[in-house]
Write a protein that binds this ligand. Structure first.
Ligand code: PLP
Length: 374
């Protein structure tokens, strides 16, 4: 038996009848673009998240781009992002001729450091894009306060955290992606709610922003063939909406399965002093899209090689800080360096985490990790 990083096949087989019926129904309806399933999914997701407006789109990267376009920023305006994230977060900013300003993350939660945001704010700053990395909420309460004080937009990159929650100091709980002005979601197959291809959605409680996002995603038109603004063509295909309508019903059980698998790792790996298990922030209910270790003593790459030799896959999210990527050099000051980001890039390792993990597979992963000569 080969062990895979994710097991989408087993997940599908458990709901095969429902999915297959939804797919065939969609194929036979021939309403492949903007079919009724799309609107239904937007309603369902809105209800699930407790948010007023959901605008589906082509993928998570498009969602980020559409969100920024909806805010009507000017070339050269600055948008603050964590330096330790997937490229898409900063790519959309640069694509729109805005300036990505990269700041450090916290070493324990891997998420954007609120103090670092504050230090990076200038008169050109217009927005902050916190990323709920690996499925855990950023510290949204102080981020929203800071944004309010400086009149900044907050766009949550919720691609890895759909279904996760933020816990506020008064104990209210909100789903990530519904706290900032706009939340950006991805339905890439391996995300918390994945389709059989690409898909994305924006979420907001702001009616004006919702209207602008919907218009931008549809060639800048509200009415067919009347184009008010330059937009793009970014749609969730009906077939993906049909799949997502089925899978959304299981999202909570998928997250529960991830959390259960995470607890099993916590229970069985905590004695190893040469690695650090992921931190669970008091202000967050972690959805564990990833389970990411920090490996001490420069042994990360050796551990990954050793696991691979023993048939156990693992992935490094992310090996390079965004500011070291050739694509972003024009935005980076000479000798720019962020301590925590660099340390994480050389020490993180995400191990097996998915909705179908069995304790047998986890036992093999745990046994093998424990035997690593170090
Ligand atoms: C996956 C991801 C995206 C982009 O989503 P796509 O649907 O693949 O375009 C953006 N940001 C983060 C943090 C992601 O993990």
């Amino acid at each position: 038996m080969t062990i895979q990083m994710v097991d989408l096949k087993s997940q599908y087989l458990k709901i095969k009848n429902e999915i297959d019926a939804a797919l065939i129904n969609c194929v036979e309806s021939t309403r492949y673009i903007k079919g009724p399933e799309v609107k239904q999914f937007e309603e369902n997701l809105g209800k699930y998240l407790g948010v007023n407006h959901v605008i589906s789109c082509g993928n998570g990267t498009d969602a980020l781009q559409i969100a920024l376009m909806a805010m009507d920023l000017q070339p050269g305006d600055e948008v603050i992002v964590p330096a330790f994230t997937y490229v898409a977060t900063a790519e959309a900013i640069a694509l729109l001729k805005l300036t990505p300003v990269m700041v450090d993350v916290e070493p324990d939660t891997f998420n954007i450091d609120v103090n670092a945001i504050e230090q990076a704010i200038t008169h050109k700053t217009k927005a902050i894009v916190p990323v709920h990395l690996y499925g855990q909420s950023s510290d949204m309460e102080p981020i929203m306060k800071l944004a309010e004080k400086h009149k900044l937009f907050v766009i949550e990159d919720n691609a890895q955290a759909l279904g996760a929650e933020t816990v506020f100091s008064d104990r209210t709980i909100k789903k990530t992606g519904t706290i900032g002005h706009i939340g950006c979601n991805s339905f890439f197959p391996t995300k918390n709610l994945g389709t059989f291809g690409d898909g994305g959605a924006l979420t907001t409680n702001d009616e004006k922003l919702a209207e602008r996002c919907r218009m931008i995603a549809s060639h800048g038109q509200k009415q067919k063939y009347y184009h008010e603004t330059i937009g793009c063509n970014s749609r969730l295909d009906t077939i993906h909406a049909a799949i997502l309508n089925v899978k959304l019903k299981y999202l909570d059980s998928y997250i529960a399965a991830r959390q259960k698998a995470a607890e099993y790792y916590y229970k069985n790996l905590s004695e190893l002093n040469w690695l650090t298990l992921p931190n669970k922030a008091t202000y967050a209910n972690h959805s564990f899209n990833q389970f990411t270790l920090k490996i001490k003593n420069g042994k990360r790459d050796a551990l990954q090689d050793y696991l691979k030799q023993n048939g156990i896959p693992s992935i490094i999210y992310y090996p390079l800080p965004l500011y070291k990527q050739p694509a972003f050099q024009q935005y980076i000051p000479y000798n720019f360096k962020l301590e925590n980001t660099e340390t994480l890039c050389s020490s993180v390792l995400s191990i097996l985490m998915h909705t179908e993990l069995t304790s047998e597979i986890q036992d093999k992963v745990i046994y093998t990790i424990k035997k690593f000569e170090n």
